[in-house]
Design a protein around this ligand. Sequence first.
Ligand code: AMP
Length: 259
Amino acid sequence: MGFVPTMGALHEGHVSLVQLSLDRGAKTLVSIYVNPTQFNNPEDLAKYPNTLEKDLEMLESIGCDAVFLPTAEMLYPEGLKSRAFSFGCLDLNMEGAGRPGHFEGMATVVTKFFELIQPDFAVFGEKDYQQLCIIRHVVAEENWPVEIIPGPIVREVDGLAMSSRNLRLTPNEREQAATIYAVLSKACNEVDGFTDVETLKNYCFETLNSEPSLAVEYIECCDALKLQPVEKLDPNIPMRLFAAVRCGNVRLIDNLALF
Ligand code: AMP
């Protein structure tokens, strides 16, 4: 059985993960649960979009076998508490630094799901690349018999990474949000034109911040395995470029392979 955890407000990105599981010939279960313990911002939790009826239709139409819609009482009978984990150095930067408690909450709910569902494999999107690395680490560390399958980022026509939070953007913000991919992909495609990491990061930072609705939270260049910031651009080392950008009141993240 394949398992795809989601927080609902499903889009083509989620569908691609379900399809990955179905294509492996597996019975596929999708969970839809907005997990409070992974939200460090109460407004983000309160405003998280809910399109349950449409989600269920979408899942049925692609042949998903089962949907799990747990309640907080079912998952957290003892109250909304996160478990303790060791994430190595994977959570020191980016989302780990900017969203205290986020990964503990995420890993808590995912390990509870693994206990309840006991899937053979679970599919996670590269959209949340740091989350994917952390889950791989937890599964290895705790000897979970669950294979972790990565799914590539699905994008809108203008390149914006699909996200449930995109539903909260105004039309004007939505237009400016496309700059995130435009800038990151330009930096990755023209990486040879940058003398060093700082120049590349500054280019992204300044170009994004020049859009009136955008405010960069971080731009980071990290090695693709340990997620440590790199000091030198080295084509022999797999590296990724990461960004978190506020667009109006909505916080968006994206990442792309540099090498
Ligand atoms: P979420 O509902 O945002 O918690 O996401 C559930 C799963 O879908 C996570 O593994 C995400 O990384 C993945 N996901 C979200 N957006 C995308 C996307 N645009 N492309 C591929 N996977 C995605």
